[in-house]
Design a protein around this ligand. Sequence first.
Ligand code: ADP
Ligand code: MN
Length: 257
Amino acid sequence: LDKIERLDRKLADLGIKIRKDEDSRKVTGEVFDETTLLALYKLVNKKVISSIGGSISTGKEANVFIAGRTGKTGEETGAAVKIYRLRTGNFTTMSEYILGDPRFSNIRRTHKDIIFAWTKKEYSNLARTREAGIPCPEPLAFDRNILIMEFLGEDGIPYPQMRQKLPKSPEETYQDAVGLIRDLYQKARLVHGDLSEYNILTGADGLILIDMAQAVTPEHPKAYNFLFRDIRNINRFFAPKCKTTDEHDVFRNIVGE
Ligand code: ADP
Ligand code: MN
């Protein structure tokens, strides 16, 4: 049996179905390594999710899948499973090169540890954002490099990103987006750090923040740089669509200086 076939079997043992087209076979091999399978196995055993379905997104560092979940009252609802990849296409070559070098003998462990910490950080940031009453997916669980969160969408279709759809007029949506940055800073004491029209979804009730692993507290030495960049990204997106406030004024208004 080739490697991918073995992984397919393991996934099937877990009750996890992965579509069999070429694309997802490639994804299967790159994403579901032994460590990830074990983490997934634990999450299925704990009944956080009951099945895993199609791919929602393949990003630079993570893949997002839709999953089945049984809610508190027994109803079938959705979850989003974000898996930070432990290896990439050329990982084998990388590790062969690195593991043979005594100066880098612990680099693989460090690399994994960083990814696990990153996953946990995204979970904590989402929890903190929700506690402050700011719209973002509810974090449900995490294990190693896997984060399980509420699925944001309808009938199995994820909500569009803000770049694809605005919930209101450009002027009103711009104010809402700036309001999210302000609330995140003032109420949750967080700076998103990677905010853009890609990391805000347009839900049924308006804008929703996602992708928060890199978010930092105001004490972080680069917090102000990140905040300013977030504001600039939002202004850049809205500038061709409506009147925007000067980025320095938005910044001062948010930090209160
Ligand atoms: P990346 O680090 O790869 O950018 P994101 O967290 O931004 O990861 O997720 C990638 C894409 O997956 C998002 O742009 C969005 O379209 C979709 N997505 C992420 N989280 C959810 C969710 N909870 N529900 C529905 N779709 C989601
Ligand atoms: Mn993203």
